[in-house]
Write a protein that binds this ligand. Structure first.
Ligand code: DWN
Length: 398
C-alpha cells in the first residue's frame, strides 16, 4: 500500500473556531472529526486524511494574525531585505498575505497581496496595498496575468500546507511567474516536527507537512526545482524553499538542497517505520503531560495556559485536557479573547502584563515563541513561576 496511516489524534474540532460560548460539540453536526495522519511512501508526502472545505476554515472570521508576535515581524522584515537585495523584484506577489506582516516592508506599487480571509485582507487594503480577497487558484492567476503580465517573485509563508489542491497551486504559480522568476515557500518542517515530537503541527488547517524530499518530488511535476534552502527557527522549525523553473540556468543550485535531503534520509523520513516510532513517542508524551497536570491539580497549585494557539487545540483535545486541569488560557489576539478553546470550553482571557502574578505554572501553548515569551515574563519566573512545555517532551522549562 502506498498510503499508510501512522498517527491517530482522536476526535478534534476545527482548530481556529474559537467558541463564543461553552457548548458540547458533536460529530453529527460536523463540529468534530477524526484526525488521522498518513505517509505516502511514493511521494514521501505526509498529510491528514480529512479535508474541510476552505470556505469553512478561511473566511471573514479567521482569527490568526501574523503581526501579533515580535518574532514573526522581525522574520518578515529580515526576509524582505534579503528579497530586495538578492532578487530585486519589480513586482512581488504574496499568497496568504494575512494582516500584511511581510508586505508592509515593500513599496505599495511593487507588491500584491492575496488573502481570502476578508477581515485580514481589509487591513492591508486600508493601508493602501493592492490586496485580492480571494483564494489562490488558476482563475485568479489568469486575472493577474492579464493585468500584470508576470510576477518576478511569488512568496508564500505558512499557507501552502493549508491548500488541498497542490496541482492547482503550482500550475497557477507557473502560469504567472516570469521566466527567470523565483518562488519562495516557507512552511513548518516535517523533520523538525518529528525530531521535536511536535504532533500539534497536525490539525485540520495543516493538510500537509512538507519535507525537502516531498517538496522535491512535488515540484518535479511542474518542471520546478529547489535551488536554495534555509532552515528557520520560526513556527517550531520551518523550511524556506527557493524555487525556480528547471529551464532557468541563471540561478545555481546550492549544496544546501542536497544536504537537507541527505539529513532527512539519514533521519528516516523516507521510511514508514520512522513515523510509527513517532506515533509511539506521541502517545508517551500524552501520558507524561497528563501525569504532570494531575500532580499540579493534586498539589492544589494554579496553572494558566499561555497562547491559545491552533496547536494547543490539538494538544488539549488529543490529551483530553479539560478545565479541571487547565482552568484558563490567556492570549493577546483580540479575536480570541473572551472566547473558549474549541472542544474544551476553556476560557481565553485578555493578556495583561500582570496576568501571571497569581499563578504557579503556565502551560506554553505558544511553545514556538518560547524565547520571546520567557524574555517577556522573566520577572515572574524570577519569583518562582514555572513554564510547562510538551515539546520535545513534557517538562518544566529551566
Ligand atoms: O499555520 C498557521 C500558523 C502560522 O498560525 C495557522 N494554521 C494558524 C496559526 O497557528 P497557531 O495558532 O498555532 O500560531 P501561533 O503563531 O503559534 O500562535 C501564537 C498565539 O499565541 C497567538 O494567538 C498569539 C499568542 N501569543 C500571546 O498571547 N503572547 C503569542 C505571543 C508571542 C505572546 O507573547
Amino acid at each position: 500500500m502506498t498510503i499508510k496511516k501512522f498517527l491517530k489524534l482522536g476526535l478534534q474540532p476545527l482548530a481556529n473556531q474559537y467558541q463564543k460560548k461553552q457548548i458540547r460539540l458533536s460529530v453529527k453536526k460536523g463540529q468534530l472529526y477524526n484526525l488521522n495522519i498518513f505517509f505516502n511512501s511514493k511521494s514521501k508526502l505526509v498529510s491528514i486524511s480529512k479535508r474541510i472545505p476552505s470556505e469553512k476554515m478561511f473566511n471573514s472570521k479567521y482569527p490568526y494574525r501574523s503581526s501579533m508576535s515580535k518574532t514573526m515581524r522581525a522574520s518578515f522584515k529580515d526576509l524582505s531585505k534579503k528579497i530586495k537585495r538578492r532578487f530585486k523584484p519589480n513586482l512581488l506577489l504574496e499568497i496568504g498575505s494575512n494582516d500584511g506582516a511581510l508586505i508592509k516592508n515593500f513599496d505599495k506599487e511593487k507588491i500584491i497581496g492575496v488573502e481570502p480571509c476578508k477581515n485580514l485582507a481589509k487591513i492591508t487594503k486600508n493601508d493602501g496595498y493592492l490586496t485580492y480577497d480571494k483564494y489562490w487558484n488558476f482563475d485568479l492567476a489568469k486575472k493577474l496575468k492579464k493585468k500584470f503580465k508576470s510576477v518576478d517573485v511569488i512568496y508564500s509563508a505558512n499557507t501552502l500546507t493549508h491548500i488541498s489542491n497542490l496541482t492547482d497551486v503550482f500550475q497557477s504559480i507557473k502560469y504567472l511567474l516570469s521566466e527567470q522568476g523565483t518562488v519562495i515557500i516557507e512552511d513548518p518542517s516535517l523533520l523538525e516536527c518529528i525530531k521535536k515530537n511536535s504532533y500539534d503541527q497536525f490539525y485540520n488547517e495543516h493538510i500537509y507537512l512538507f519535507s525537502g524530499l516531498a517538496m522535491k518530488n512535488l515540484l518535479r511535476r511542474f518542471d520546478f526545482e529547489i535551488f536554495d534552502l534555509e532552515n528557520l527557527s520560526t513556527h517550531g522549525g520551518s523550511l524556506r524553499y527557493y524555487i525556480k523553473r528547471k529551464s532557468n540556468k541563471k540561478q545555481k543550485v546550492t549544496n544546501k538542497v542536497d544536504s537537507q535531503i541527505k539529513e532527512e534520509i539519514r533521519f528516516g523520513l523516507h521510511k514508514y517505520n520512522t513515523y510509527k516510532r513517532f506515533s509511539f513517542n506521541v502517545s508517551e508524551s500524552k501520558k507524561k503531560l497528563l501525569q504532570i497536570l494531575n500532580k499540579i491539580k493534586k498539589d492544589k497549585k494554579k496553572i494558566i495556559g499561555y497562547g491559545a494557539t491552533a496547536k494547543a487545540v490539538t494538544v488539549l483535545n488529543y490529551c483530553d485536557i479539560n478545565k479541571d486541569l487547565i482552568p484558563i488560557f490567556t492570549d493577546t489576539t483580540p479575536e480570541k479573547i473572551n472566547n473558549y478553546i474549541p472542544g474544551r470550553n476553556i476560557k481565553i482571557s485578555k493578556y495583561n502584563k500582570n496576568i501571571l502574578k497569581n499563578y504557579d505554572y503556565a502551560f506554553l501553548g505558544a511553545w514556538n515563541f518560547k524565547k520571546e515569551i520567557i524574555q517577556k515574563e522573566k520577572k515572574f519566573i524570577k519569583k518562582g513561576l514555572k513554564f510547562l512545555t510538551h515539546v520535545p517532551y513534557p517538562k518544566f522549562i529551566k
